[in-house]
Design a protein around this ligand. Structure first.
Ligand code: PLP
Length: 394
């Protein structure tokens, strides 16, 4: 099995599992309990918070909140900020956010908020002029992802932060960094963000654990109300093994950034170059711009992405398409639609996302299998005249 769907989720690192095991077995105490036995699980959570502070480069451990996932981090950040600024009713985000932000914004619009959704160009780059124009005195929050899950495109967070603060210094800035964590450096202070969310399972920790950075000048209400855990910002007994696991994963991720930027990128580029060279009806949907090193989104023109995925699966290769099957019809990805990816390629778009576990042999195998699969489907396509014309042009 060749796993090239690491933006969906990643394999748990053996060292992460090892760091978690004691807290399932002997160290199972509730970290809030008073007796000595609980001191070690309490210490584990405190130690993990310190590691996550380093990972974000936060100023203070108190700025870290453990959550259950990236979606919870985003919901806590967005609702938390808005509840603290009830008199402001304007919010901004982009057209290419993950559903955990986009669908929350849609829900907030129904609750009376006015939302602006910023455009991207055909490379997937954000329209910063439009963003700047949208910010006004009533803008409570801007929410922009660090890296896009479907295309890997990196948004210029530092620049966006400067734009926001120059237009309205009271507007809060939340960054969904779920697809950046473990792939590119994260530094909340250098980036100038107020809140940032990540999710453990995207960087070799298990599913079901996330973190939210909230800088000490930003006040939020809790999403989950109950006990005093997480300094009253997120109730629920701490998930000690998963917290310890994500903290270990964050150390490994920080150490592995150089490998991501060199070796993972080299393999991604090799796959991409090979596909473009050997498959005439292929195109990189983003162009070769600033992307996280592990991701490529390739459109195969005049064929169905789902069919490619099924054939890849038969060959033991896992990848994904941006399409979601909604009520029996194939809805193309909102990200690719926002980029105006031509109709000829949007349905045949595939995301390959690598990890530190991806080997050269695996990439060679995909490069060997994919052209025959695409060729077979191309021959079955009802668009033979268009394909012939495309072949002549390329
Ligand atoms: N944000 C982005 C950019 C993502 O890619 C994802 C997951 O795919 C999420 C948020 C949600 O993370 P989780 O699955 O941990 O809720």
């Amino acid at each position: 099995m060749i796993y090239l769907d690491n933006n969906a989720t990643t394999k748990v690192d053996a060292q992460v599992l090892e760091a978690m095991l004691p807290y399932f077995k002997e160290e199972y105490a509730n970290p809030s309990s008073i007796y000595d036995f609980a001191k070690r699980s309490n210490y584990a959570v405190r130690e993990a918070r310190g590691k996550m502070k380093d990972f974000f480069n936060a100023e203070n451990e108190k700025e870290i909140i453990f959550t259950s996932c990236g979606s919870e981090s985003a919901n806590t950040a967005i609702r938390g900020v808005l509840n603290m600024n009830k008199n402001k009713r304007h919010i901004i985000t982009t057209k290419v956010e993950h559903p955990c932000v986009l669908n929350l914004y849609k829900a907030l619009e129904k609750e009376g908020y006015k939302a602006d959704y910023i455009d991207v160009n055909s490379n997937g780059e954000l329209d910063l002029a439009q963003l700047s124009e949208c910010i006004n005195d009533d803008t409570a929050l801007v929410s922009v992802m660090y890296a896009n899950n479907e295309t890997g495109v990196i948004f210029p967070i530092e620049k966006i932060s400067e734009i926001i603060k120059s237009k309205n210094k009271n507007t809060k800035f939340f960054v969904d960094a779920v697809q950046a964590a473990g792939k590119i450096p994260i530094d909340v202070q250098a980036l100038g963000v107020d809140l940032m969310g990540i999710s453990g399972h995207k960087f070799h920790a298990p599913k079901g654990i996330g973190a939210l950075y909230v800088n000490s000048k930003t006040l939020i209400t809790p999403l989950i109300i109950g006990g005093h855990q997480e300094r009253g910002k997120r109730a629920g007994t701490e998930n000690v093994p998963y917290i310890a696991g994500m903290a270990r994963a964050s150390e490994l991720a920080a150490d592995g950034l150089e490998y991501e930027a060199t070796e993972v990128k080299r393999l991604r580029d090799k796959l991409e170059t090979n596909i473009l060279k050997n498959i005439f009806n292929s195109r990189i949907n983003t162009g070769i711009i600033n992307r996280v090193p592990n991701t490529t989104n390739i459109g195969f023109e005049y064929i169905e992405g789902e069919l490619i995925l099924l054939h890849l699966s038969d060959a033991g290769i896992c990848a994904s398409s941006g399409s979601a099957c909604t009520s029996g019809s194939l809805e193309p990805s909102h990200v690719l639609r926002a980029m105006n990816v031509p109709f000829t390629a949007i349905h045949g778009s595939i995301r390959f996302s690598l990890s530190k576990y991806t080997t050269e042999k695996e990439i060679d195998y995909v490069c060997e299998k994919l052209p025959a699969i695409v060729d077979k489907l191309t021959n079955l396509s009802p668009f033979q005249d268009e394909l012939e014309a495309l072949k002549k042009r390329r």
